[in-house]
Design a protein around this ligand. Sequence first.
Ligand SMILES: CSCC[C@H](NC=O)C(=O)O
Ligand SMILES: [Zn+2]
Ligand SMILES: [Zn+2]
Length: 401
Amino acid sequence: MSKAEWENNEEIKIFREYLRIPSVHPNVDYTGCVEFIKRQAASLDLPVDVEYPVNDANPVVIVKWLGTQPELPSIILNSHMDVVPVFPEHWTHDPFSADLDDEGRIYARGTQDTKGIGTQYLGAIRALKAQGYQPKRSIYVTFVPDEELGGILGMQGFVKGQYFKALNAGFCLDEGCSNIDDSYFIFYAERTAWQIRFKVSGTTGHGSQLLPNTAAEKLHYVMTKLLEYRTSQMERIKGLSNKFSGEVTSVNLTILSGGVQNNVLPPLLEAVFDIRIAIDVDLVAFEQQIRDWCAEAGSGIEIEFERKDEFSPATKLDASNPFWTAFQNSLNEQNLKCTPIVCPGCTDSRFLRPLGVSALGFSPMKNMPILPHAHDEYTRADIYLHGIEVYTKIIPAIASV
Ligand SMILES: CSCC[C@H](NC=O)C(=O)O
Ligand SMILES: [Zn+2]
Ligand SMILES: [Zn+2]
């Protein structure tokens, strides 16, 4: 297709319209997204609900396609409306113009993470309805807020409410990630996210003195232990076939603060570590190890969990999971390869799996750079349109299980 053809393509127009809504953190205004999705539901002649599970600023929009056997566990097609901040000075295109270049690249925040799958779901439903298809299982296309901040005001609150329970969800497709080679990543599990603030108190005094029990010495001990553990995990990655997967525990120092003046020993130093714990790690033992390191460093160290997710079980990828079988068979019939991996980041699927909802993270992008949260995030028009075709085959396969 030519640039003009892509620009005149109705699905591409809808996608670019969604991308131009600046639902960007911090303080996202979801009004534009809600109105856009309502318009899309109307164009599909589908009913739509808007729920506010946590507060009025964080809507969950649900486009509903009732199945012929609504008593069966339903299918959720999930994506999030919010996108992470941008640094426009580092972008070659305006992050919210959805520019399309001569090669068909569409540049905008959210192209990969994760507005694309939201409108692709709707494009696939448009095609299926045009074919006269009617799903056996009810299908709910959910658009949630707050995923990028952890989903507390979005999916986490939504799954606790009566509205969600009434959906009787059995399976969910959620966001995945692009892959640089010719195989789709499939997220079947994710690590447990802990973000820990270490608040270290110590001796204060004159910066010229070598006093004992300073905050710096104790923080240095704890940081050294954590960063040594990080090194051990990096060693493990060397032996893995897929280095992107969340097979090992990641440890990253993300915030370091404290001190009042350059010649005063600080009474308090703080460090925040973002830790994503591998699915085969004993969480109780891991926490005890961290607390032991703090005890070894000395007194006056307080541990504050800014995020302490619970363990989320993996989705079964075997014959015991008919949704997985149907999904995999559909990809095989389309001669498409997939690579199941543990999601390196966190997604809203972590709130669904513990409830028995079989969730797969899947974004139909391959032979593409991995650009979530990156400058110049983009996808390609041809890949986007092919993704709609892929969903047009996958959705009936899973909805007829
Ligand atoms: C840890 S909860 C925040 C969720 C976020 N998800 C995608 O980027 C992530 O940091 O993985
Ligand atoms: Zn995302
Ligand atoms: Zn993200």
